[in-house]
Design a protein around this ligand. Structure first.
Ligand code: UGA
Length: 438
């Protein structure tokens, strides 16, 4: 079977390479000619473990190639995955649907025979049904264009593994026809035991949004308790361990700290707020808004702690920020809590030096006003305060002796609760951790 993947961002590039790995002939489509040229040369424009190898292997074998031509896409295959972005728009957090609508219309305009268009992007509920009706109105005469929704649950840093061996597959359709095609596309994962949920369009769209909203809620729940322990006393990590021992709750995604960021959780929760408001569900919207607000308050808290700690001293004091990406194992700085805090401190007049093992360049492009030395040692040299904001392995294992002779002030704020408090306190450092009374 030949398959196209339209949109070659994080999701599309991973999906295309994994489909080639499964054995399909794949054509990836993108409007960005520079990205298409890079991908055809086997060069991945972002950091993702395991993906560069798959990309090189299959672009070299000829099983995977990329193009900017939608006409080529329509002629190449009759199964098309739609994986373009749905970024946050300027309108009250609503999802910007221009790429979805643009790509869908453009493909429809080129197709002349029966085809199946499978949406993978995260979209507001109601999109698949709207596109299916658009296909009936604008599709070629004499040909049937079917639509299905098959949301993606991959995590950055584990994209290949999550795509080839997902926890579950969700197929949303309004007629049985596409189910056979979807089952053959994913035959390997299904044979390996991946459960399949076959459902309607709306449920499929909402499963994706609900999964991300639930993860965001879990993080904000523990961070709301951090606000309580910071005021009333108590230890947030022990509390998370203890409630996580209840199998109904589970320990994962209960790491208190600076909160969630990235290209998905914050955007999806805001798009869902906007959609619930459109549906007249204001009270549901309030619930989601609280999750977002708790998350953003963690960033305020870190800025406040820096100001309290360095308050009175020279406002131009040097602050070293360790970590710029929104999470470890990624160079993605979209809505990164670490970079947001760094930029706010710079705005307040501090000298901010950022060091991230992988995300230096993407951070520099997003926040060019900050300093990005080549090494961690240079970043912390002469700093009055060190902030650990993204828990890369090399920061989790930091010891006071690594920094003692470099810093000006022995003050460290552990924004991800990964340092052993006794070690730092015994070495004479002032240690601040979120979720503990300071
Ligand atoms: C998230 C979901 O986990 C994926 O299932 C989903 O497919 C993806 O969004 C998407 O919609 O495409 P991702 O954005 O890669 O994946 O990142 P996560 O691993 O979920 O982490 C999100 C944020 O939560 C990070 O900033 C992380 O630092 C933070 N986090 C995570 C916490 O603050 N505490 C935790 O306990 C866990």
């Amino acid at each position: 079977m030949r398959i196209t993947v339209i949109g070659t961002g994080y999701l599309g590039a991973t999906h295309a390479a994994c489909l080639a790995e499964i054995g399909f002939e794949v054509l990836g489509i993108d409007t960005d000619a520079a990205k298409v040229a890079a991908l055809n040369a086997g060069v991945l424009p972002f950091h993702e473990p395991d993906l560069p190898g798959l990309l090189r292997k299959h672009t070299e074998s000829g099983r995977l190639r990329f193009s900017t031509s939608m006409e080529e896409a329509a002629n190449f295959a009759d199964v098309h995955f739609l994986a373009v972005g749905t970024p946050q728009s300027g309108h009250a957090g609503r999802a910007d649907m221009s790429q979805i609508d643009g790509a869908f219309r453009s493909l429809l305009g080129q197709i002349s025979h029966d085809a199946l268009i499978i949406g993978k992007s995260t979209v507001p509920v109601g999109t698949a049904r709207r596109l299916a009706s658009m296909a009936r109105k604008l599709g070629p005469t004499g040909a049937e264009i079917q639509v299905a929704w098959n949301p993606e649950f991959l995590r950055e840093g584990y994209a290949v593994q999550d795509t080839l061996r997902p926890d579950r597959l969700v197929f949303g359709t309004d007629q049985p026809g596409p189910l056979g095609v979807l089952r053959s596309v994913y035959a390997q994962a299904i044979a390996a035991g991946t459960p399949v949920v076959e459902t309607d369009f709306e449920t499929a769209e909402l499963v994706k949004v609900a999964a991300n909203a639930f993860l965001a809620t879990k993080i904000s729940f523990i961070n709301a308790f951090s606000e309580i322990t910071e005021t009333a006393g108590g230890d947030i990590s022990t509390l998370a361990d203890a409630i996580g021992m209840d199998a109904r709750i589970g320990r994962r995604f209960l790491n208190a700290g600076l909160g969630f960021g990235g290209g998905c959780l914050p955007k999806d929760i805001r798009a869902l707020q906007a959609r619930t408001q459109e549906l007249g569900l204001d009270l549901t919207m309030d619930f989601l808004s609280a999750v977002d607000q708790v998350n953003l308050r963690r960033r305020d808290k870190v800025v406040e702690l820096v100001e309290q700690t360095l308050g009175g001293s020279d406002i131009s004091a040097k602050v070293a920020v360790l970590g710029a990406s929104f999470k470890p194992e990624s160079d993605d700085v979209r809505d990164s809590p670490a970079l947001d805090v760094a930029a706010r401190l710079d705005g307040l007049g501090y000298e901010v030096c950022v060091y991230d093992p992988i995300a230096q360049e993407s951070a520099r492009r997003r926040c060019p006003q900050l300093e990005y030395p080549d090494t961690m040692e240079e970043a912390v040299a002469g700093a009055e305060m060190v902030l650990l904001l993204t828990e890369w392995q090399q920061f989790r294992t930091l010891q006071p002796a690594d920094l003692d002779s470099l810093v000006s002030g022995r003050r460290i704020l552990d924004g991800r609760n990964v340092l052993d408090a006794a070690t730092w306190l015994d070495a004479g450092w002032q240690l601040m951790q979120l979720g503990r009374k300071t």
